[in-house]
Design a protein around this ligand. Structure first.
Ligand SMILES: Cc1cc2nc3c(=O)[nH]c(=O)nc-3n(C[C@H](O)[C@H](O)[C@H](O)COP(=O)(O)OP(=O)(O)OC[C@H]3O[C@@H](n4cnc5c(N)ncnc54)[C@H](O)[C@@H]3O)c2cc1C
Length: 594
């Protein structure tokens, strides 16, 4: 049976020591009264809920899956999911980082993010239900009319109702310009929506009284392509005059998918048969509005993968300490036992350290991005808000793709630590690998994230956002240059920063002549950029640990060991990636597949 322990010590290190959360919050009027002690208490309670309430439902939910009843078009979630959700709602967890004007607790995004890491580590499939609701809340909060906000937000904030995002159709996944669902205007100002959506997560379930679907569709006069897409709110039950769930709307679940992982989450075909809906925001500007939800979801998917990386690491570590096979190359370590624990073997340690480094690097990076979102939302200075928004835009595709690719590697390495037992369901490791795989696909595949980073976020603004983030790295490098103990971290960081600048210019030049060059370089480019970000955060964590390790706390020694492993064993991948990115489009485009 797997286990999970919320990584509170590392969270405190990242929030308090690396990011100086108290000082950051003091600059944000909305959070000025909040201090580290309260943040710790919330995380401790949140960790208990995740570990004690959700984690025991993870394996059972995976085995049982969701049940679909065609007669009633209803979905029953695995045993225990509904009760856990009710407990989650009763404890007020959905409202943590929501606007107090709609019943929220108004706590910072950075706190909610850490909470979501623990929920996802404990049970990704379950966490998708409230996770999507929070995305729907953010979208309606940003783009809904006042009446829509008054009606839907308090119920999403309380968790009484849940939300979905309905984009995908059978012929239209990445290319949303192809979507066909139609919305006909009605005399009363509402719309009738007709079409079929597929793969809609949490599209139908038994956990909440109503489901608020946010649906992309076309108006009759819509231009073709992505410029003709509008966004609608389509509730499962039409709210009555008091805002309570009333008449059943003509939107329903036609089937659920049988799939590789996240079995506890219902992936639904959603049919709209003249369903009543209301326009959100401007006609034909739906994709713009939906991007609020999509960006939130991209960060959310990064957090799913961080949670899986952490829990897989914890279980592999426990197993490696116990499992006895062979003897250490440098001589027997457990002389009273017939064999040494496998943790003595260098390659087992490589696998463990890979997962550990990806968890710790990912935690530092995503906490930073979440804090930038808090700045973007709440800093009193306009220019600080804009700068934070630019950083979030630049870093979001890296959070989505780099963390999810790394979780695929980390969960697979953690499974490998178990040998054949990792492949057996009882140990829980194969579930982590299966669950991790979807994160590289939905919310825009990792290829699409890479194209977004290189094409839109870097080349389209002539590298300006990247240059400004690079300035932060440069300042840190300059500040550390007089400290010889930091040279082992600063030298490779500075080297990679310089190489990324050169690589960007080279690809930019080639892409201007042939756009295929951008597509050919994008995926390795994103991984190089991801490593630059991790190298920066590991160097900063190493700096703190070098000064604090003298106090004797083994936490800092361990942090230094992880940072050193990262620079020695994971960062060198960039040499190969840069060669791949530079190798151009020719070898990809030459084959005549006919
Ligand atoms: C379990 C699950 C849950 C999901 N949940 C939701 C949900 O809640 N709501 C929702 O709307 N959707 C959801 N999806 C859909 C998901 O977002 C899409 O599957 C995803 O965006 C990819 O679309 P597609 O499957 O049609 O693949 P395609 O778009 O057909 O892509 C196929 C391949 O081609 C590549 N490709 C496509 N276009 C390009 C391009 N321009 N350049 C380079 N490569 C390209 C892709 O990267 C991919 O490798 C879910 C899917 C799954 C499996």
């Amino acid at each position: 049976m797997p286990h999970y322990q919320p990584p509170l010590r590392d969270m405190h290190f990242v929030l308090d020591e690396l990011l100086d959360l108290n000082a950051e919050l003091a600059q944000l009027p909305a959070h000025a009264g909040l201090d580290a002690t309260t943040v710790h208490q919330v995380l401790e309670e949140g960790g208990k809920f995740a570990a004690e309430r959700l984690f025991p439902l993870n394996q059972t939910g995976d085995r049982e899956g969701c049940h679909y009843d065609a007669a009633t078009r209803s979905v029953t979630t695995p045993r225990g999911f509904r009760d856990a959700y009710q407990q989650y709602v009763a404890a007020g967890w959905p409202s943590l980082a929501c606007d107090p004007a709609y019943g929220g607790q108004g706590l910072p995004v950075v706190l909610n993010n850490a909470f979501y890491e623990m929920l996802n580590a404990a049970n990704q499939a379950w966490t998708m239900y409230p996770g999507l609701s929070h995305g729907a809340y953010e979208c309606l909060h940003a783009h809904g009319s006042e009446a829509q906000k008054q009606l839907y937000l308090p119920r999403l904030v309380s968790g009484e109702w849940t939300g979905t995002m309905c984009l995908t159709e059978a012929h239209c996944g990445t290319d949303l310009g192809l979507l066909r669902t139609r919305a006909e205007p009605q005399p009363d100002g509402s719309y009738r929506l007709t079409g079929n959506k597929i793969f809609i997560s949490a599209g139908e379930h038994d956990m909440a009284a109503n489901i608020v679907h946010l649906v992309l569709a076309r108006l009759p006069d819509a231009p073709s392509g992505t410029r003709g897409i509008s966004l609608f709110v389509v509730p499962k039950f039409l709210p009555d005059a008091q805002g309570e769930p009333g008449e059943r709307n003509a939107i329903g679940c036609g089937a659920i998918e049988h799939k590789m992982g996240i079995h506890g989450n219902a992936t639904c075909q959603i049919n709209l048969d003249g369903a009543k809906g209301w326009l959100i925001g401007e006609p034909h500007r739906g994709l713009n509005a939906m991007f609020v939800m999509m960006n939130a979801a991209r960060l959310g998917v990064g957090m799913q993968s961080l949670g899986l990386t952490e829990v897989a690491y914890q279980n592999a570590l426990a197993y490696a300490r116990e499992r006895a096979q062979g003897r250490s190359l440098s001589g027997t370590k457990a002389s009273s036992a017939p064999a040494d624990p496998i943790i003595v073997h260098p390659d087992v340690r490589r696998m463990l350290m890979t997962a550990r480094a990806y968890a710790e690097g990912g935690r530092a990076f995503t906490s930073y991005v979440a804090l930038m979102i808090d700045r973007e939302l709440n800093h009193p200075d306009d220019s600080v808000r804009r700068e934070a928004a630019d950083e979030v835009a630049l870093l979001t595709p890296i959070v989505k793709a780099f963390l999810t690719d790394n979780a695929w590697i980390a969960t697979s390495e953690a499974l490998q630590v178990f040998g054949g037992h990792g492949y057996i369901a009882e140990w829980g490791m194969e579930q982590y690998v299966r669950d991790a795989r979807i994160n590289m696909i939905y919310e825009g595949t990792n290829t699409i994230q890479s194209l977004d980073l290189l094409g839109r976020k870097v080349l389209m603004d002539q590298g300006e956002k990247l240059r400004r983030f690079g300035e932060k790295i440069r300042h840190f490098i300059v500040a550390q240059s007089a400290d010889p103990a930091m040279a082992e971290f600063i030298t490779p960081l500075a080297d990679l920063a310089e190489k990324l600048v050169k690589l960007t210019a080279e690809i930019g030049g080639k892409a201007a002549a042939d756009p295929e060059e951008m597509g050919a370089a994008a995926v390795p480019y994103l991984r190089v950029a991801g490593h630059l970000v991790y190298a920066y955060f590991f160097a900063r964590m190493a700096k703190l640990s070098l000064t604090r390790a003298a106090g004797g706390d083994p936490f800092y020694q361990a942090k230094l060991a992880t940072a050193r492993f990262y620079f020695a064993r994971l960062l060198p991948e960039t040499a190969m990636l840069i060669r791949q990115a530079r190798s151009g489009a020719a070898s990809l485009m030459a084959m005549d597949f006919s």
